[in-house]
Design a protein around this ligand. Structure first.
Ligand code: ATP
Length: 235
């Protein structure tokens, strides 16, 4: 199996005159936990939206498992094993937490989907709230429902956009343990502002700034990089 699971080349997205993502070359290694960081407006959400097919690139290519997926719609990418959760919650508030996750699990086929839904709710730590209406859960627990929905797809690549936003400290710890438990199986691409968490979880980090790649490397190298410190880590 190839070491690289996803490869972007010259990936660009313009909004009018703004180059939100500007000619980015990017490789994800199979099984790694990779963090994407950068200041607000750096292009992180736009970049992962291009990878999962929520928006189409202005130019550039994306390959997944060696296959060109640049023009593939989002649902077809989900079928190939790319799952994602975004900052804006996508749960159905009137359905229970369990129903939300079961709907996601069903995309892999209806056989066993209820058992799979229960298992992932257990895994993210909210099994006790399976029967609660999702809209009544705390914001943090709604995020965990979303992560459960992503995991229910048994993805090969899981993209998480600020998954710990709104989580309490104990929930952040549980989330970190969950991601560590997935390591080696699924490949994980994580947009995260909590630098302690990034340094704990990520094997490699890519720093975006102004739509371009400012730096990429292991956490220690990124922490020490003068350009990164100037642009992002506050000198
Ligand atoms: N649909 C859109 N139309 C116009 N401009 C957009 C659109 N989406 C994003 N942008 C702009 O593209 C730039 C990159 O935005 P993006 O949300 O990708 O950054 P980000 O790094 O994810 O920021 P944050 O950390 O604040 O979430 C910003 O200047 C933003 O205003």
């Amino acid at each position: 199996m190839a070491a690289v699971i996803l490869e972007a080349r010259g990936l660009t997205k313009t909004f009018g005159g703004l180059r939100a993502v500007d000619g980015v070359d990017f490789d994800l290694r199979r099984g790694e936990i990779h963090a994407l960081i950068g200041p607000n407006g750096a292009g992180k959400t736009t970049f992962v939206s291009l990878l999962c097919g929520r928006i189409a690139p202005s130019s550039g290519t994306i390959r997944f498992e060696g296959r060109d997926i640049t023009r593939l719609p989002a649902h077809a990418r989900v079928r190939l094993g790319i799952a994602y959760t975004f900052q804006i919650t996508s749960i159905f508030p009137r359905l229970t937490a369990f129903e939300n996750v079961a709907i996601a699990a069903q995309r892999l086929g209806s056989r066993g989907c209820e058992a799979r839904a229960r298992a992932v709710l257990e895994r993210v730590g909210i099994a006790a709230e399976a029967g609660a209406r999702a809209g009544d859960l705390s914001y943090g627990h709604q995020r965990l429902v979303e992560i459960a929905m992503g995991l229910a797809l048994e993805p090969r690549l899981l993209i998480l956009d600020e998954p710990t936003q709104g989580l309490a400290n104990a929930e952040v710890d549980r989330f970190a343990a969950l991601i560590e438990g997935l390591a080696g199986g699924a490949t994980i691409l994580l947009i995260e502002h909590n630098m302690d968490l990034v340094m704990r979880l990520a094997e490699r980090i890519t720093v975006l700034d102004g739509g371009t790649k400012l730096a990429e490397g292991a956490p220690e190298a990124i922490r020490a990089d003068p350009a990164v410190r100037a642009a992002y880590l506050g000198g």
